[in-house]
Design a protein around this ligand. Structure first.
Ligand code: GDG
Length: 472
């Protein structure tokens, strides 16, 4: 089927956030990207409202906002605790980011996760028409495809995973991992940001579950054949470039430069999450200050880190650790007219952020593990083509595969980070422009529209001879 003859697209994600609110507050990368993709389709975006209810009723609240129809349901407190705070945030998220030490295995979490996926399927099923394509987002909803099949859904159903797929031995530590991963064979297409995540998935299902990889690259198990594709997400580049030239962005750029007082600014922008490598970033920057005392008052680090998942203890711990670390570094090196780290725990409007990115000589993006990382791409898109800044990027972000012309570093090495900061500050303009053009080329070509088209095309192309609908 041709992409533009698609009748409707139903996108499903854990949280649905009103797209009109995307310009303010701390939006996750996913919600911003989905709002942009959905604006061009009929269909709707289904998921949790973020609200709780005493008893789950299955009532759906439809709204139309900024060109996108949303359909949301409220969940019970117990659902939120077990499914969202529990299995999604305390089990799967740390595990899929290689933090087995932080992963919590509770049967109650797994039960709540399964129950909410069933509730999603039962509520959504009556809204699905035969020609709809269904696109499920992320690790919160792994079993949803299989639950929809049980209810007789024969539609094309795809899943996109926004986070890494872990190594087989890491995933093997999850109780019932095989059962969970088997449910993924209810999908037709599964998308990953990088070949590494896709290959890791393929290795797990072939080695652990006995699935068979055929010559075309499709994978079969239990009478179902699925396609695993690499399809890196992008940003809405045109929109972001336009936003970086808006009056608000210009004002925030000017204010930032004035407040920098002729010093160079290094910027980091991240949800406050242990996967983003913020402690290592502060330590790498401290190392730079130690090794380059002459640069001390010439530069400062602005770290914007809006709090996230605050009810989860590991997130409270990382917040406390960062407060301590930034306080210690500032205490050790600050002078009456200079503070080395400006550490800010609040979110800013996206157009304000765009101006801030543009005012920074260095974008410091150093996750320890990250499915993609959209901040790296936003930083590139916001730069002044005549005088762009330098992107320092972790090798362990999915984005490093596309953004090869950034200064790529190992975020665990404070020395490497310190060297990268020093060389970025010294980098001459022709070299900065050369690198930026190559980075921008990628950010422009593989933007969010390309991502959505690539995934939906793969979802709608059924050239496999399988028995797709015989699934329980
Ligand atoms: C997951 C994966 C993958 C941050 N602070 C503010 C703000 N943000 C926005 C950024 C960016 C987004 O949040 C963060 O995107 P990331 O890609 O870094 O990360 P996750 O939220 O972890 O998202 C990730 C992504 O899904 C998409 O597939 O890239 O690997 O973990 O857009 O700008 N936005 C505003 N104010 C802030 O202060 N408005």
């Amino acid at each position: 089927m041709e992409f533009n003859t698609l009748s409707r697209l139903i996108v499903i994600s854990n949280r649905v956030q009103p797209p009109g609110a995307a310009s303010s507050g701390a939006q996750g990368g996913l919600s911003v990207a989905l709002a942009a993709a959905l604006r061009e389709y009929t269909g709707f975006w289904f998921g949790w409202s973020g609200e709780s209810t005493e008893q789950f009723t299955g009532h759906i609240n439809f709204e139309r906002d900024d060109g996108v129809t949303t359909a949301t349901i409220d969940l019970e407190d117990q659902d939120i605790e077990e499914y969202y705070n529990g299995y999604a945030n305390r089990t799967l998220w740390p595990l899929f980011h290689d933090r087995v030490d932080l992963a919590e295995y509770e049967r109650g979490f797994a039960g709540g996760y399964q129950r909410v996926n069933e509730r999603f399927a039962e509520t959504l099923r009556p809204l699905v028409e035969p020609d709809d394509a269904i696109w499920v987002q992320d690790y919160h909803l792994f079993p949803l495809g299989s639950e929809l099949r049980k209810l007789g859904c024969e539609n094309r159903i795809g899943l996109f995973l926004h986070i890494p797929w872990p190594a087989r031995r890491v995933l093997s530590s999850l109780p019932m991992a095989e059962e969970l991963v088997s449910t993924l064979f209810a999908y037709d297409v599964i998308g990953f940001h990088t070949d590494e995540w896709r290959d890791s998935f393929t290795e797990y299902v072939t080695q652990q579950l006995g699935a068979v990889l055929n010559d075309e690259g499709d994978i079969s198990l239990g009478g179902r054949t699925i396609r695993a594709i690499t399809c890196p997400i992008g940003i809405d580049t045109k929109e972001f470039v336009a936003m970086s030239q808006s009056e608000t962005a210009k004002l925030s750029y000017r204010q930032m430069r004035e407040s920098a007082n002729n010093r160079e600014m290094i910027v980091g922008v991240d949800r406050l999450d242990y996967s983003k490598g913020l402690e290592e970033r502060f330590l790498g920057y401290e190392r730079f200050l130690v090794e380059h005392p002459e640069e001390r008052k010439e530069v400062f680090l602005l770290q914007i880190a809006p709090p996230s998942r605050e009810t989860v203890e590991t997130y409270q711990n990382i917040r406390t650790a960062l407060e301590g670390l930034s306080g210690r570094i500032n205490g050790a090196y600050a002078d009456i007219d200079w503070v080395p780290i400006r550490y800010v725990n609040q979110g800013y409007r996206r157009d304000v952020l765009a101006g801030i990115y543009r005012a920074a000589k260095i974008g410091l993006v150093t996750p320890l593990r990250d499915g993609m990382n959209l901040v790296a791409k936003e930083y590139v898109a916001a730069q002044d083509p005549e005088d762009p800044g330098v992107l320092i990027l972790s090798r362990f972000a999915g984005a490093a595969i596309q953004l090869k012309d950034a200064v790529l570093i190992n975020p665990y090495s404070a020395e490497e980070m310190a060297d990268a900061i020093a060389s970025a500050l010294r980098m001459d303009k022709p070299e900065r422009i050369r690198r930026w053009r190559l980075l921008m080329d990628s950010v422009e070509k593989e933007d969010v529209v390309w991502w959505r088209q690539t995934f939906v095309d793969a979802l709608m192309t059924d050239d496999r001879s399988d028995d797709s609908v015989d699934i329980a």
